[in-house]
Design a protein around this ligand. Structure first.
Ligand code: C2E
Ligand code: MG
Ligand code: MG
Length: 455
């Protein structure tokens, strides 16, 4: 499933695999394939060593290119790549070169010496190229990229880097970027190595983890900020790894998304949520709304809506008690199939919540395309709102926006009474956070349901 796994030359850091579309690589870059690029890089390293200089290798990862290809077709995907390539050409300088390194990655070499700040400036220049959207046949596409960077410095006697290591290090840095979030760059450092190695091991362990029941669901209540009454529960995935202990979803969800494994786990999550809900109902608890996080990748699943319907039916659950949390980037592209699927889910009675609101692409135009039921203001705004003027203004504006559009609002990550007071002052009625309850294991939910409030 993972297009970046295993060739003999490049271990798991390899490139190859998923379809590249129809456009020849040398129309997009200086090389027809990565082998030529690697050769040229090897020559450049020799030259750099001889001159006692340094060079930087950057791997640029284009987020969601696979989905754009999947939703809009390879022809449009290729047109997008051509435009990306044109923008990239504009920052190339003497002796620098680049190549399309895999279906959604470009690799660059900049022989710019051994000063990190020079590469930092270059990385910022590259990220800037993606600040304005790409327009491909009437589709306005906001493209996020990230950069993993490894720098070779021939003055450092400990460094005897060769092509493979340089590429491997840039990959490690890129993996780190992926777990930190989009639109950033990361330099390789040896400390990243251990982390990356662990993530690689996790990647291998996932299938076994599902089969052996290492995944669990925790639930965090969403509460009425005035009465403390429980309005819903959010299901949050946990991985109790036999060797590493509890692993945060922030670490493993990106890997699951990259490998496509999230589709399988996502189905498992929904199945478990429904099974738990059915149990609570059978034990006499009143029905509770349950909010489930869905990754964009899950929307590419075959029979996506039907599968959800089937899971609900087989547990005899009313769809009105399910909330599906999506992120803004899913709806930003205005993709017809996604919007249709969302509308079909809503017609069934399922509510759609936009998670981490305010952290994604800033365009609000999607609010015009279909009716969002719930907006969840990202915790970063809530936590800074009482003391930071910009966060305060953003929080207040989101509250007003939601009220005026008749969208329900939930504030995430409320930790202090000050944050709560601030939200109450601006008439935000619902929220979740450690101030009320941390996420609790499934077995403890019944205690919360019995009380029906968080004090
Ligand atoms: P999210 O959906 O935005 O979930 C809220 C996160 O904030 C949770 O982290 C929760 O434990 C944490 N949180 C809640 N209240 C507070 C607070 O007061 N302070 C702080 N500092 N944090 C708080 P968690 O469980 O680590 O999940 C992280 C993210 O992983 C989730 O963010 C969600 O995007 C993703 N995720 C979790 N479970 C699933 C799942 O089943 N499927 C998918 N696709 N993603 C999931
Ligand atoms: Mg969520
Ligand atoms: Mg969130």
């Amino acid at each position: 499933m993972n297009s970046k796994q295993g060739t003999k030359n490049h271990n798991y850091y390899s490139k190859q695999g998923s379809p590249l579309g129809t456009i020849p690589s040398d129309e997009l870059s200086n090389f027809s394939d990565w082998q030529d690029f690697d050769q040229r890089l090897a020559q450049e390293i020799i030259l750099t060593k001889e001159k006692g200089q340094g060079l930087g290798l950057m791997l640029l990862d284009i987020e969601r290119l696979k989905y754009i290809n999947g939703y809009l077709g390879y022809e449009l995907g290729d047109q997008l790549l051509s435009q990306i390539s044109q923008r990239l050409q504009s920052i190339m300088t003497d002796r620098s070169f680049f190549c399309r390194y895999s279906s959604d990655q470009f690799a660059f070499v900049f022989p710019l010496g051994d000063q990190l700040h020079i590469y930092e400036k270059k990385a910022k220049d590259i990220l800037k190229l993606f600040e304005s959207p790409f327009i491909v046949e009437n589709n306005i596409l906001d493209i996020s990229v990230m950069l993993g960077i490894s720098v070779y410095c021939s003055l450092n006697p400990q460094e005897s880097l060769e092509v493979e290591e340089l590429i491997k290090f840039a990959h490690i840095a890129l993996l780190r970027c992926k777990s930190l979030g989009k639109k950033r760059y990361q330099f390789y450092s040896p400390e990243l190595d251990q982390k990356s190695h662990n993530l690689f091991l996790l990647r291998n362990d996932m299938h076994k983890a599902l089969a052996e029941g290492q995944f669990q669901l925790y639930y965090q209540p969403l509460v009425d900020l005035y009465t403390n009454e429980i309005l819903a529960l959010e299901a949050l995935l946990r991985w109790e790894h036999p060797r590493y202990g509890m692993i945060s979803p922030g670490d493993f969800i990106p890997i699951m998304e990259e490998t496509g494994f999230i589709k399988k786990v996502g189905k498992w999550v929904l199945g478990e949520v429904c099974r738990h809900h059915r149990q609570w109902l059978n034990e006499g608890f009143p029905p509770t709304k349950i909010s489930v996080n869905f990754s964009s990748v899950q929307f590419t699943e075959d029979h996506f809506v039907e599968n959800i319907q089937e899971i609900l039916n087989s547990n005899q659950l009313d769809p009105r008690y399910l909330i599906i949390e999506i992120t803004e980037n899913l709806i930003m592209d205005n993709d017809r199939k996604v919007i249709e699927d969302i509308q079909r889910l809503q017609e069934m009675g399922i509510m759609i919540a936009v998670d981490d609101f305010g952290t994604g692409y800033s365009s609000l135009s999607y609010l015009d395309s279909f009716k969002v039921d719930v907006i969840k203001i990202d915790s970063s705004f809530i936590q800074k709102a009482p003391t930071n003027k910009t966060s305060a203004i953003i929080t207040r504006s989101i509250i007003t926006l939601a009220h005026e559009l008749g969208i329900k609002l939930v504030a995430e990550g409320i930790e202090t009474p000050e944050q709560l007071a601030y939200l109450q002052m601006f008439n935000c009625y619902a929220g979740q956070g450690f101030l009320f309850s941390k996420p609790v294991p499934q077995q403890e939910v019944k205690v919360i349901l019995a009380r029906n409030e968080c004090s």
